[in-house]
Ligand binder design. Structure first.
Ligand SMILES: O=C(O)[C@@H](O)C(=O)COP(=O)(O)O
Ligand SMILES: [Zn+2]
Length: 210
């Protein structure tokens, strides 16, 4: 995919997230690895519904702006994850409703905020570790995500939202949508007795994915 096509895909994906209610206002940010030395990231304060290809920020791996508008204040954590995990090629950060609700619950299991009760969740994401609360843009988020970037594809930021990775932007978007849908089901099922997948069932799905 050319650089222009990557930019156009980011604009289109941002609009699609916005129009389907996955993001509101100026919340959230997206990024993609352009090559080993550069990433593309959404500008700070921008609505994902109204991105413009020519305004998207191009950064080197040290965070220097090479092109475009002032980058997301979270570009530090995006860069930390790309540096730590060579298989991570795209990142979606959203404050989507059900995942942000989940991130606001007390006493979440820090290793996995949502145990599996559907196979597709295991096949796309698997588990959802929790990063403790830090203010948005804090370098601590970058440190924590950098340390854990090799451990999974998705992370819940306590009292904030979700960070999801993928092999490319569309893969990261599909992982995000599956995760949000699973969180929605989790809340719909509150008060009911959920049959969680057993450890054997989870392992069987994980093995088939290899
Ligand atoms: O929650 C926040 O403030 C940020 O994490 C965010 O979602 C939007 O920040 P920018 O990407 O700098 O607009
Ligand atoms: Zn945020």
């Amino acid at each position: 995919m050319t650089e222009l096509e990557q930019k156009e895909l980011m604009v289109q994906l941002g609009r699609s997230f916005y129009e389907r209610g996955y993001t509101v206002g100026g919340a959230g940010n997206l990024s993609v690895r352009l090559d080993e030395n550069r990433i593309l990231v959404t500008p700070t304060g921008s609505s994902l519904g109204r991105l413009k290809a020519e305004c998207l920020s191009v950064l080197d791996m040290e965070g220097n702006v090479l092109e475009g508008d002032k980058p997301s204040k979270e570009s530090v954590f995006h860069l930390a994850m790309y540096k730590a995990n060579p298989h991570c090629n795209a990142i979606v950060h959203l404050h989507s409703t059900y995942l942000t609700a989940l991130s606001s619950l007390a006493d979440l299991d820090p290793e996995n905020a949502m145990k599996a009760f559907t196979p597709y969740y295991v096949m796309r994401v698997g588990k959802l570790p929790v990063i403790p609360y830090y203010r948005p843009g804090a370098p601590d988020i970058a440190r924590e995500l950098g340390q854990r970037a090799l451990m999974g594809k998705a992370f819940l930021l306590a009292n904030h939202g979700v960070v999801v990775t993928g092999s490319d932007l569309l893969d990261a978007a599909d992982n995000t949508e599956e995760l949000e849908e699973t969180a929605k089901l989790f809340f719909i099922l509150q008060g009911q007795k959920i049959r969680y997948l057993t450890d054997e069932e989870v392992k069987d799905l994980e093995n088939r994915g290899k």
